[in-house]
Design a protein around this ligand. Structure first.
Ligand code: DAH
Length: 377
C-alpha cells in the first residue's frame, strides 16, 4: 500500500482515482496530514521547513498536486481537482501564516519568560561606605579653621631636606633632626638633591610663604612619615594638620585665642586649654598646648575613683606643639621679619582622634578592620 504522505507524488490514475467523488476524501486526507504536521511546528526553523515542504515552488506538496494530479487529470476530473486544490491552497496558506504569527509570539513569550525580572528576589545589597575616622577628623578641623578665615592647602609627601629641615631653621647637624627618624629615598648617583618622606607638614609653611605674600592663613592636612616601630601610640605613617597665620599685626593673643577657639570647637565648650614653654627651631617662643583631660574632666580621678589612667592624675593632656614663627624662618622666604609676625601649629590628627573618640591603639586606624570602621559611620 502507498503511504499516504506519498500520494501527492503520484498521479490520480496511479492512485486509482477515476470518479470526481473520489476527490473530496483524497483532499481530506491531504488536509488531515497537513493538520497533523503543522501541530508539531513550534519554532521558526521548523516553521520554515514546513512552509517549504508545503508551498515550495519546486517540490512543495501543492506543487506536486498541481503537477501530478491537476495537469495530467482527465477532463471530467480536472475541474473538481482545480476547485479542491484552490480550497486546499487557501487553507494551507492561511494556516501557515497563522502559524508564523503564533510561532513569533511564542518566541517573544519564551524570551520574556527567560528575561523576566523576579521582583520578589532579594536584591544585591551594595553596602554604602563612610569616610574613615581620620578623614572625618580632618574634615572637622578644616571646617573649624575655614570658618575663621583659613584656607586649606596640601603639599608633597616626598620632600627635599631643604623644605623639611633647612628652611625651617633646622640646619644639617642640628640635634633636633635626631628626633625625626627620617626615611630617605634611595636615588641614583648624581641626583640633584636627596629626597625624603616628609616627617611633618611644616615644610608647607615654607612652600606657602614662598608663593604668597602676607596675609597668609592656611592649614595643611596630610600624611607624614617617621621611622617609628608600630605600637599603641606610634606608627611609621600618621597624620598632621599644620597651621600658619602671618600678617603685619599678629600677636601672641591672636595665637592663643585662635587655638583656644579651635580646641573648644573640637572637644566641646567644657574643656580648658593651657600652654607651656617648649622648643621648636622654627618658632620663638614655642609652646605646647594642653587640654583638660577629656576622660576625667580634668579632675585627675577616674569615674571608678582611682587615678585617671589617661592623664595619670594630672588632669591635663598634651595636645600639640605651636609657637610664634621664628624670625629666622622669614629670612628663607624673603619676608621682612621687622614687618610681619605670625603663629604656627602642628596638630597630630591620630592623637586628637584617639582622645576625642576614646581609642587606645593608633594601629586601628591603619588595619582597615570594618568592625572598627563601622563604628564611625
Ligand atoms: N612640626 C612639628 C612636629 O611634627 C609640630 C609643630 C610644632 C608644628 C610647632 C608647628 C609648630 O607648626 O609651630 O613635631
Amino acid at each position: 500500500m502507498t503511504a499516504p504522505e506519498n500520494k501527492s507524488a503520484q498521479t490520480l490514475a496511479a492512485l486509482g482515482v477515476r470518479q470526481p467523488d473520489q476527490l473530496a476524501p483524497l483532499f481530506a486526507e491531504i488536509r488531515a496530514r497537513f493538520d497533523a504536521d503543522i501541530a508539531a511546528v513550534h519554532d521558526e526553523k521548523a516553521w520554515k521547513q514546513f512552509r517549504d515542504a508545503w508551498l515550495g515552488r519546486k517540490s512543495g506538496v501543492l506543487t506536486q498536486i498541481t503537477d501530478n494530479w491537476l495537469k495530467p487529470a482527465t477532463p471530467e476530473l480536472k475541474r473538481v481537482v482545480g476547485q479542491e486544490l484552490n480550497k486546499l491552497r487557501a487553507y494551507v496558506e492561511a494556516q501557515i501564516e497563522a502559524r508564523r504569527v503564533a510561532v513569533e509570539a511564542g518566541a517573544d513569550e519564551s524570551a520574556l519568560a527567560r528575561e523576566r525580572v523576579d521582583l520578589s528576589l532579594p536584591g544585591v545589597t551594595r553596602p554604602i561606605g563612610s569616610h574613615h575616622l581620620i578623614r572625618q577628623v580632618f574634615q572637622q578641623i578644616e571646617d573649624i579653621f575655614v570658618s575663621i578665615g583659613f584656607s586649606v592647602v596640601e603639599g608633597p609627601e616626598i620632600e627635599t631636606p631643604y623644605y623639611n629641615f633647612e628652611a625651617l631653621n633646622i640646619p644639617e647637624f642640628h640635634p633636633v633632626r635626631d628626633d625625626m627618624d627620617t626615611f630617605y629615598i634611595e636615588l641614583p648617583k648624581g641626583a640633584p638633591s636627596p629626597l625624603l618622606l616628609r616627617t611633618h607638614t611644616s615644610p608647607m609653611q615654607i612652600r606657602t610663604m614662598e608663593k604668597r605674600r602676607p596675609p597668609v592663613r592656611v592649614i595643611v592636612p596630610g600624611k607624614v612619615y617617621r621611622r617609628d616601630n608600630p605600637d599603641a601610640t606610634h606608627s611609621f605613617a600618621f597624620h598632621q594638620v599644620e597651621g600658619l597665620a602671618v600678617d603685619t599685626d599678629i600677636t601672641f593673643c591672636d595665637f592663643t585665642g585662635t587655638i583656644e577657639y579651635f580646641v573648644k570647637q573640637f572637644f566641646g565648650p567644657g574643656v580648658k586649654t593651657r600652654f607651656r614653654p617648649s622648643y621648636f627651631p622654627f618658632t620663638e617662643p614655642s609652646v605646647e598646648f594642653d587640654v583638660t583631660c577629656v576622660f576625667c574632666g580634668g579632675s585627675g580621678v577616674s569615674t571608678g575613683g582611682g587615678t585617671c589612667s589617661k592623664c595619670k592624675g594630672a588632669g591635663w593632656i598634651e595636645l600639640f606643639g605651636a609657637g610664634m614663627v621664628d624670625p629666622a624662618v622669614y629670612g628663607f622666604v624673603k619676608y621682612d621679619p621687622k614687618k610681619v609676625s605670625g603663629f604656627a601649629f602642628g596638630i597630630g590628627i591620630d592623637r586628637l582622634a584617639m582622645l576625642k573618640y576614646s581609642i587606645d591603639d593608633i594601629q586601628v586606624f591603619f588595619q582597615n578592620d570594618v568592625r572598627f570602621l563601622r563604628q564611625f559611620p
